[in-house]
Design a protein around this ligand. Structure first.
Ligand code: PLP
Length: 371
C-alpha cells in the first residue's frame, strides 16, 4: 500500500500464477505446460531470427503470423488478432468487447484470471454456478442473455480447471441464443480433445475464439496467443492494442509462431502422446481411489474421498512432485489439478501415490459430461 498508488491499483486482486520452482529436479505437473519441447522447426526459425535485424522493430501487424494462423484454421488473416500470450489477448477482449452496462457472464468455477481482468477494467460480472456434475449449463446463459441481463459471455472450452468440454452443438446453441452479445470461447486446451468453435465464425459475428501456443504447441515461454472472429470484433481488438503497445510480438515470437503453426506433424504427434498419457494417468488415479472428472484437456481434475486436496498437494511436494491446488471456491478445494506429463512423469506420480499408501478403494464416478 502506498499513497502514490492509484485508486485502481488499490482495488486490484492480482492473479497468482502456478509456482515456477527454482529447485532443479522437481516433476512439474502444476501449470499445464507441454512436457515435450517445441518443434525443432520452431527453434530453427528463432535462431535464424536472432540476427542483426533485431535492431529493427518487428512488423506491428505480425502479418506473417496471422497468415499462418489463418491458413491453419481455413480463415482470412483479417479474422485473426495476435497478442503477447492469450492472457494479453483476453485482457484486450475484456476492454474492447466485454465491457458494457449489463454484467459479463462466466462460470463460477473457471479460469481465475477472468475476474482479475474484470476488476482491472471495471466490469460487472455474474458468475453462473456449474451444474451438479461440474458441467456448464448452457441454458442458464441463454436465459440470462434473453432477459437482457448480460453484457457478454466468456467460457473456456474445455473448462479450466475441470477439464470438461462442451460439445460443438452446445456452443452453437449458446451462440444462437445470444446473438446480441459477444460470446468468447477460450480454447486454450481445445486441441486435447474438444471441438473448436472456429468453424462457426463465418456464421456467428458475435463469436470470438481465443487460442494460445502455450499448451498444445509447447511455447509457453514464447508468449503467443491469438483470437479468431468476425472482422469487426478483430478491429476492436486492434484499436485497443494500438492504444497500448504497437509491438506486442517481437521478431523471435513471430518467427517461432509461424513455424509452430506450420509444423502439423509435430503437433499431431505431440498431442497424441499427451492424450495417451492422460489415459494412463486417469486409470492410475482411479486405481488409487480417486474420482476423476472426464477430461478433454492436458490436465485432469481429481479428488480422493478420504484425503483433502491441500494435504495431498503438500505430501506430493515432499516427494518432489508439483500439482496445483485451489483453496477457493470451496466446492473445488478437495480437488487436485494435475497436468499430464510424459509417460514417465505420470508413472512417477502414481508411484508417489503408492508411497503415500492411500486406501485403494475405488471412488464412485460422477455421471459423465455436461448438461
Ligand atoms: C493457460 C491459459 C491461458 C493463457 O495462456 P497464455 O497464452 O500462456 O497467456 C488462457 N486461458 C486459459 C483457460 C488457460 O488455461
Amino acid at each position: 500500500m502506498s499513497q502514490y498508488w492509484s485508486e485502481v491499483v488499490h482495488g486490484l486482486t492480482p492473479y497468482v500464477p502456478g509456482e515456477q520452482p527454482k529447485i532443479a529436479g522437481l516433476i512439474k505437473l502444476n501449470t499445464n505446460e507441454c512436457p515435450y519441447g517445441p518443434s525443432m522447426r520452431v527453434l530453427q526459425a528463432i535462431r535464424e531470427a536472432a540476427s542483426e535485424d533485431l535492431r529493427l522493430y518487428p512488423d506491428p501487424e505480425a502479418r506473417a503470423l496471422k497468415e499462418a494462423i489463418a491458413a491453419h484454421h481455413g480463415l482470412q488473416a483479417e479474422q485473426v488478432f495476435v497478442g503477447n500470450g492469450s492472457d494479453e489477448v483476453l485482457a484486450h477482449v475484456f476492454q474492447a468487447l466485454l465491457k458494457h452496462d449489463a454484467p459479463l457472464l462466466m462460470p463460477d468455477i473457471s479460469y481465475s484470471f477472468y475476474p482479475v481482468y474484470a476488476r482491472l477494467y471495471g466490469l460487472v460480472t455474474r458468475q453462473l454456478p456449474l451444474r451438479e456434475n461440474f458441467g456448464i449449463g448452457i441454458d442458464d446463459y441463454v436465459q440470462a442473455g434473453r432477459a437482457g441481463r448480460a453484457g457478454g459471455i466468456i467460457i473456456p472450452n474445455p473448462n479450466a480447471p475441470t477439464g470438461m468440454a462442451l460439445s460443438l452443438t452446445d456452443v452453437e446453441r449458446l451462440l444462437a441464443g445470444s446473438r446480441n452479445i459477444v460470446v468468447v470461447i477460450d480454447e486454450a486446451y481445445v486441441d486435447f480433445g474438444a471441438q473448436t468453435a472456429a468453424t462457426l465464425i463465418d456464421r456467428y459475428p458475435n463469436l470470438l475464439v481465443v487460442r494460445t501456443l502455450s499448451k498444445a504447441r509447447a511455447l509457453a515461454g514464447l508468449r503467443v496467443g491469438y483470437a479468431l472472429g468476425h472482422v469487426d470484433l478483430i478491429q476492436a481488438l486492434v484499436r485497443v492494442k494500438d492504444s497500448f503497445n504497437s509491438y506486442p510480438l517481437d521478431r523471435l515470437a513471430i518467427a517461432g509462431g509461424v513455424a509452430a503453426m506450420q509444423d502439423e506433424a509435430w503437433f499431431e504427434r505431440t498431442r497424441s502422446l499427451v492424450i495417451a498419457s492422460r489415459d494412463t494417468l486417469v486409470r492410475g488415479l482411479e486405481q488409487h481411489g480417486f474420482e476423476v472428472l472426464p477430461s478433454a484437456a492436458n490436465f485432469v481434475f481429481a479428488r480422493h474421498p478420504r484425503h483433502g486436496g491441500a494435504e495431498l498437494a503438500a505430501r506430493l511436494r515432499e516427494l518432489r512432485i508439483l500439482v496445483r491446488h485451489f483453496r477457493q471456491p470451496e466446492r473445488i478445494a478437495p480437488f487436485l489439478r494435475i497436468t499430464v506429463g510424459t509417460e514417465a512423469q505420470c508413472q512417477a506420480l502414481l508411484q508417489a501415490l503408492d508411497d503415500l499408501q492411500l486406501p485403494a478403494t475405488r471412488a464412485s464416478v460422477t455421471s459423465q459430461h455436461t448438461a
